[in-house]
Design a protein around this ligand. Structure first.
Ligand code: FES
Length: 132
């Protein structure tokens, strides 16, 4: 079993979300790198992870006021809500920003399909690494 903690009831799950943890010990306390979690329209990627034992750092609690929940969307970007200007501004504060960078708390699932999310190994330390 790869889940523990509060299980979100996905209802009619239409999305299989694969979370790839570069440092699984940091976010799950285990050595399991990949976690497949069922989700559906209206769920957000950070809450789904947190509800299923993948503890993405979330210093501001999911209100787009930090950049610690930064992830890379490797597949399925088109299935998610588009980033807002506020998110774009925040994500720039994260280390190693890439074209597929998102703040996981701002990614709402809109359409069915496969989504792959990579959680960088420095996820838990991001807040301390931001200069100024
Ligand atoms: S948890 Fe702070 S922006 Fe996502």
């Amino acid at each position: 079993m790869h889940t523990h903690g509060v299980k979100i009831n996905a209802g009619s799950a239409t999305n299989a979300i694969k979370y790839i943890c570069e440092d699984p010990q940091a976010v799950t306390g285990t050595d399991q790198k990949e976690h497949i979690i069922d989700g559906a329209k209206g769920h957000n990627l950070m809450e789904l992870a947190l509800g299923n034992g993948v503890n993405i750092e979330h210093a501001c609690g999911g209100v787009c006021a930090c950049s610690t929940c930064h992830v890379y969307i490797e597949e399925g970007m088109e299935l998610l809500s588009e980033s807002t200007e506020a998110e774009d501004d925040r994500v720039e504060e994260a280390p190693d920003v890439r074209r597929n960078s998102r703040l996981s708390c701002q990614c709402e699932i809109l359409k069915p399909g496969k989504i792959v999310v990579r959680i960088p190994s420095w996820n838990r330390n991001a807040v301390k690494e931001i200069p100024h």
